[in-house]
Design a protein around this ligand. Structure first.
Ligand code: FE2
Ligand code: ZN
Length: 445
């Protein structure tokens, strides 16, 4: 079955993660304060709108259907831009000056700021502004030193903030899935991934959309598996090493190195920055059991939010710590505890599941009622995680590798007997996302 068809099938029966869901009911303290901290200097006195500016707010007349962008300076020195469709937004003068993209203010190749922000007067304003005849750029001449900034109007609109005229949208929706994904797994072929960027992009797309991406036709060797992982990014070394190739030998003090079954979890909850991706490739298994388990944590979170919003709220707020202390020379804990459900503080969207009940540390920082509420919420979360309808069980086999988004999809396995050799590696989240942005999205700054 072609991957396109798989994607279509999946799209038809999975739920789309809209950017409007999975926002917790945050307590008031987490909201952005509506007033500025008093330590900021007051705005400088309002000057009279400079007569030299030919950009005073234009009066819109009934017959004024001119769709040329216009700009003017407000009494408090903000620059207001009215676009061709009359969408209007304003920018602080210092913001515009700081974001100048001319070669002396911004390095075209390194994409780094060159201007000394500290040298810009806080109350800076342009002495003149002019929109180009094609309506695509606007030129500011700055009052203090006569510097000229030519800025792209589409770029300004995209980055507008007062108010925002463009929403930062995900380039593609995330498809939430359940056990039925087993009927049509998102699969790409090893030869395609290794051959060109198109093949790699398809794999990245699966990982981005489903949080999991299978690869078939992988030579059953550690070398080929490692090359596959490196197709996305360099390998993240941890106290378990870099590329791993292990059997149940308790080489490290972790249940992963036993024959025990493992409930659904994410890896490395004990790091301040948990690993972003994990690659698995089973090279040998002579024995029974050992099926792999995957659960879409975002889907389960959505169910929890719908069925038990109070539990969702508690698991989004309660900071818990984890540890890795099974090796004598290791005691890893995050800098500070994090919730199980983590949200972007700006957009409030769910971006990370951090859950390994086995690695959870001693709870000794909550009040009695918080402890009770936390356990009540945790039980609901685990109940949904273990709902058979949410579990993808699949037997890995030599030749089929799988990359898992460890910030979204939980993994586990059934107990097994016999000789089982598993290989794989970790990758950093930011390096994985960098590949999505450059290979798949072709994004620029
Ligand atoms: Fe694990
Ligand atoms: Zn400049």
């Amino acid at each position: 079955m072609s991957t396109r068809l798989v994607s279509t099938l999946l799209a038809n029966r999975t739920r789309t993660l809209s950017s409007r869901i999975l926002r917790p009911l945050l307590p008031a303290v987490n909201r952005i304060p509506s007033s500025l901290p008093s330590c900021l200097p007051p705005m400088l006195p309002i000057r009279s709108a400079a007569a030299s500016l030919s950009t005073a707010a234009p009066q819109r007349m009934d017959d004024d259907l001119d769709n040329t962008p216009t700009a003017w300076v407000e009494p408090d020195n903000r620059v207001t831009i009215r676009f061709g469709d009359y969408a209007t937004t304003s920018f602080n003068g210092i913001w515009l000056r700081d974001h100048c993209r001319c070669p002396s203010c911004f390095h075209a190749i390194t994409k780094q700021r060159l201007i000394d922000t500290a040298s810009i007067p806080l109350n800076i304003k342009p002495s003149s502004m002019a929109v180009s005849p094609d309506g695509k750029t606007i030129k500011f001449v700055w009052e203090d030193d006569g510097h000229e900034s030519v800025m792209d109007l589409a770029w300004l609109r995209q980055h507008s903030y007062n108010p925002k005229l463009a929403e930062k949208k995900l380039l593609r929706d995330k498809q939430l899935w359940d056990a039925s994904i087993a009927e049509s797994l998102p699969i790409v072929q090893y030869k395609d991934v290794m051959a060109n960027e198109e093949g790699l992009a398809k794999w990245l797309e699966h990982i981005d959309v489903y949080g999991i991406g299978f690869v078939d036709g992988v030579p059953a060797t550690p070398e080929a598996t490692e090359q596959l992982g490196r197709r996305i990014s360099f390998i993240r070394e941890t106290h378990y090493g870099g590329f791993w190739d292990f059997t149940a030998n308790l080489e490290h003090g972790d249940t992963a190195y036993t024959t025990l079954g493992l409930p659904a979890h994410t890896d490395t909850t004990y790091f301040t920055d948990p690993i972003g991706l994990q690659l698995f490739h089973l090279l040998e298994h002579r024995g029974t059991g050992g099926e792999s388990l995957y659960v879409d944590g975002f889907h389960v979170a959505h169910q929890l939010q719908t069925l038990h919003p109070w539990a969702y709220d508690i698991l989004s707020r309660t900071r818990i710590s984890s540890h890795s202390a099974g090796d004598k020379s290791t005691l890893i804990e995050p800098t500070y505890g994090r919730p199980i459900l983590n949200h972007d503080p700006t957009t409030r969207e769910l971006y990370q599941i951090r859950f390994n009940n086995d690695d959870r540390s001693t709870l000794d920082h909550l009040s009695a009622s918080e402890v009770r509420d936390f356990y009540a919420a945790l039980k609901e979360w685990i109940k949904l995680l273990r709902d058979k309808r949410n579990e993808l069980w699949t037997q890995l086999r030599p030749g089929r590798a799988v990359m898992v988004d460890n910030w979204r999809v939980l993994h586990g396995r059934a107990a097994f007997t016999g000789h089982r050799r598993l290989t794989g590696c970790y990758h950093n989240w930011d390096d994985y996302r960098s590949r999505v942005k450059t290979v798949l999205d072709k994004k620029t700054i």
